[in-house]
Each structure stands twice: as C-alpha cells, then as structure tokens.
Design a protein around this ligand. Structure first.
Ligand code: HEC
Ligand code: HEC
Length: 235
C-alpha cells in the first residue's frame, strides 16, 4: 500500500485501450452525457462496490487491497489526461481487470463488479474526483462521523431522517421506527435486511450490500441513528 501508480504504467495501459476510447468518443459530438445525479449514484455504488478495496478522498473510502485511486490518477491528470480518458480506463479495468501486479500480490480485482448504467455512473464519478487536488466528500448534514456514513451509503435516498435532511420514501421513516429499535436490531436491519422485514414493508427490498460497511463505520452509523432519531430529529 502507499505506493503510487506511475504514469508510464497508465500510459502503457492507455495505449492498449486507446483505440476503443477514440472510437467511443467519435460517436457523439459532445462527451458522454452525464445524468444529473451521477455523483450521488456514483458515490453510493463506489462506496458499496469499490471503496472496500480502494482509497479515494472524495468518497471517504479506506480500502487498501487495491491502489489508492487518487494516487493512481493524480499524476496522469496533472500531465493532461482528461476526465473522458480516465472514464475509459476505469471502464476497461472493471470489464477486463488486469491481473494483480507486484504491489498487490494475490489479490486481483474481480471482473464486472458493476455493469451498464451503474458502470457509467461509477466511472463518471471517479473521472470527476480521483486525483483532483482538494477533493473531499460532501459535508453531510447531521452530527458526528455517523452522519457521513449515512450520506456516503445513500441511506437517505430511501429513508426519511430529519437530522440528515433526507426524504426518501422507499423504506420506513427512520424518525418513526428507530426509537423503537435496539442497537442490535438496527445493526441486523442494515447488514442483513432480509432477516426481519419492517411491518408494512414485507414485500419491499432493502439492498443487502451494506454488510460491507467496515465495523467502526457501522458503529458510528448506529450511534448517529440512535442519537438523531430519538433526540434532535423530532420536536
Ligand atoms: C477485491 C478488491 C477490489 C475491488 C472490490 C475493486 N478493486 Fe479495483 N483494483 C483492485 C486491485 C488489486 C487492483 C490492482 C491491479 C493491478 O495490480 O494492476 C485494482 C485496480 C483498479 C484500477 C486501476 C488503477 C490504476 O493503477 O490504473 C481501477 C481504475 C480500479 N481498480 C477501479 C475499481 C472500481 C471502479 C471498482 C468498483 C466497481 C473496483 N476497482 C473494485 C482491487 C479491487
Ligand atoms: C434502495 C432503498 C434503501 C436503501 C438505500 C436503504 N434502505 Fe433501509 N430499508 C429499505 C426498505 C424497503 C426497508 C423495509 C424492508 C426491510 O425491513 O427490509 C428498509 C428497512 C430499514 C430498517 C428497518 C426498519 C424497521 O422498522 O425494521 C432500517 C433500520 C434501515 N432500513 C436503515 C437503513 C440504513 C442505515 C441505510 C443505509 C446504510 C439504508 N437503510 C439504506 C430501503 C432502503
């Protein structure tokens, strides 16, 4: 860990996919259109699927099994590599991961972790932030580090929680249900959502990808939910 990826390695890699990138960008007059919320979707997907192995400041991710993506792209970006090119590199790596190099013995990146629109959003998100000087995660509304965990994982896209200023309606209102739950029940609801269904939501599905939230962050998240829903959230 800590070793940055040198620019020549990226250029070599680029050369091998350069043709595809040029053909792609030749299809449209502008660069690929980016849907409005790619940053939110991209960040959620990144945190769920990539941040477990990759550090990137804008996502506040801490994984160390793969290269630090800020370090990987900072030099290339400084040398003039465009976001579109970075997007192409990310997509190629996800679809056809290189076998692990010296720095990461024994761990290779699995192929096709994300595909289709999800891959577009993740790649656009990385292209926008990786290696950008001063990039940092958006400040999350709410008190304490758990507020950031809530925001990073996109809980608010499905749940109401006043303290986090979130208004999602696919899942239960957390201001209503959290005060009736123990920390253990909250933990289970997050990491194993299908074990017990919330009353009235028997047919609704909460994604089960949150079991990858690192334990310390999960504790912070639970603390945030308990303190904000029971206290500050409602008058
Ligand atoms: C299980 C761990 C793991 C996961 C999960 C993972 N990666 Fe990787 N990734 C790696 C490893 C290891 C490498 C280094 C391969 C090598 O040695 O070149 C890598 C390399 C990369 C690179 C190339 C960086 C460079 O130096 O040019 C990119 C880009 C990348 N990953 C993006 C992603 C994205 C996007 C996701 C999520 C969709 C993801 N990774 C998920 C382990 C992972
Ligand atoms: C894509 C939508 C979606 C996302 C994202 C999501 N949830 Fe949920 N959540 C649901 C649905 C639907 C239910 C109800 C079904 C169930 O209990 O599994 C639920 C149930 C819950 C419950 C149980 C409530 C009860 O009354 O038992 C808790 C707690 C919860 N979610 C917290 C979270 C947290 C924290 C996050 C972020 C890490 C999150 N959810 C992300 C949709 C989502």
């Amino acid at each position: 860990m800590g070793s940055s990826i040198n620019t020549s390695k990226i250029s070599l890699f680029l050369a091998s996919i350069g043709v595809a990138v040029i053909v792609l960008s030749g299809c449209t007059s502008t660069s690929a259109p980016i849907n409005g919320d790619f940053q939110d979707r991209g960040r959620q997907l990144f945190n769920a699927k990539c941040g477990t192995c990759h550090k990137m400041k804008a996502a506040a991710s801490v994984g160390v099994q793969g290269p630090d993506l800020d370090a990987a792209f900072a030099g290339a970006r400084e040398a003039g590599m465009t976001g579109t090119t970075i997007e192409g590199i990310v997509k190629a790596q996800v679809l056809y991961p290189r076998p692990s190099l010296d720095g990461y013995p024994g761990i290779s990146m699995p192929a096709d972790i994300v595909t289709g629109n999800d891959l577009d959003d993740v790649a656009a998100y990385i292209a926008r932030y990786a290696g950008v000087p001063g990039a940092k995660p958006p400040t999350a509304p709410g008190e304490g580090p758990g507020a950031q965990v809530y925001a990073n994982n996109g809980c608010g896209s499905c749940h109401v929680l006043a303290a986090a200023e979130s208004a999602g309606v696919l899942g239960p209102n957390l201001d209503d249900v959290i005060p009736g739950m123990s920390p253990e029940q909250i933990r289970e609801a997050i990491i194993d959502p299908n074990a017990t269904k919330a009353p009235g939501y028997e047919n609704a599905v909460m994604p089960d990808r949150f079991s990858t939230i690192p334990p310390d962050q999960l504790n912070q998240l639970i603390e945030f939910l308990m303190s904000s829903a029971a206290g500050g959230g409602k008058s």
